[in-house]
Design a protein around this ligand. Structure first.
Ligand code: URA
Length: 189
């Protein structure tokens, strides 16, 4: 099986998933999109209303911010792979629960294995702490302490930044994120 077939197989499983209660509320599974051969893997938290309606990650307000950030370093969203820790929207956009994250991790771990990126860009606290625990055996770090810093172990690199939703009504956060993105560009060029 090639990479595209492998990822499709996992996506088909996710589309039928009933591992946690969130399947009852979803309109669409928001599996992931973009370039499966990219060096960069962007990892958000969970789909919002727009994403649930369309089945595409980061297609709402936070996605617009993310696209502006891509543009600031001459990237397009099709150049990178984008997904979130949860593939289904939690009701009223509440925080993901521990058991939902655990059950959904089957899909995320497979996506990381197949895409095999150079850098996982963690968008926000939930995604940062999932990756730190899983691959780095570290726990409970704050995005405010780690954003814009590369963390490396056994050839795996992660790069935490604030979740784009933080910048929707906060131009200062947006400027910080733009600076972090410049560092990200330095990493991949
Ligand atoms: N926020 C996320 O973390 N993921 C999405 O897909 C949309 C908003």
């Amino acid at each position: 099986m090639n990479k595209a077939e492998e990822i499709k197989k996992v996506e088909n499983l996710a589309r039928k998933c009933k591992r946690c209660i969130l399947y009852k509320y979803r309109k669409n599974v928001v599996f992931g999109s973009g370039n499966i051969n990219s060096k960069l893997f962007f990892l958000g938290e969970s789909p919002g209303k727009k994403e649930d309606e369309k089945g595409i990650p980061f297609c709402g307000k936070a996605g617009k911010i993310l696209e502006q950030l891509f543009k600031s370093i001459s990237l397009e969203r099709q150049d990178v792979y984008i997904t979130s820790v949860l593939k289904c929207r939690p009701p009223k956009n509440r925080n993901p629960k521990k058991d939902e994250i655990e059950k959904c991790s089957f899909y995320l771990d497979k996506q990381i294995e197949i895409v095999n990126p150079e850098v996982i860009v963690c968008l926000g606290r939930i995604s940062l702490n999932y990756i730190l625990k899983k691959y780095f055996n570290r726990k409970n770090f704050l995005i405010t302490d780690l954003h814009g810093k590369i963390i490396e172990k056994n050839g795996k690199k992660i790069f935490p930044i604030f979740h784009p939703a933080f910048a929707i009504y906060n131009p200062k956060k947006f400027e910080i994120m733009k600076k972090d993105f410049k560092k990200l560009k330095g990493l991949i060029c």
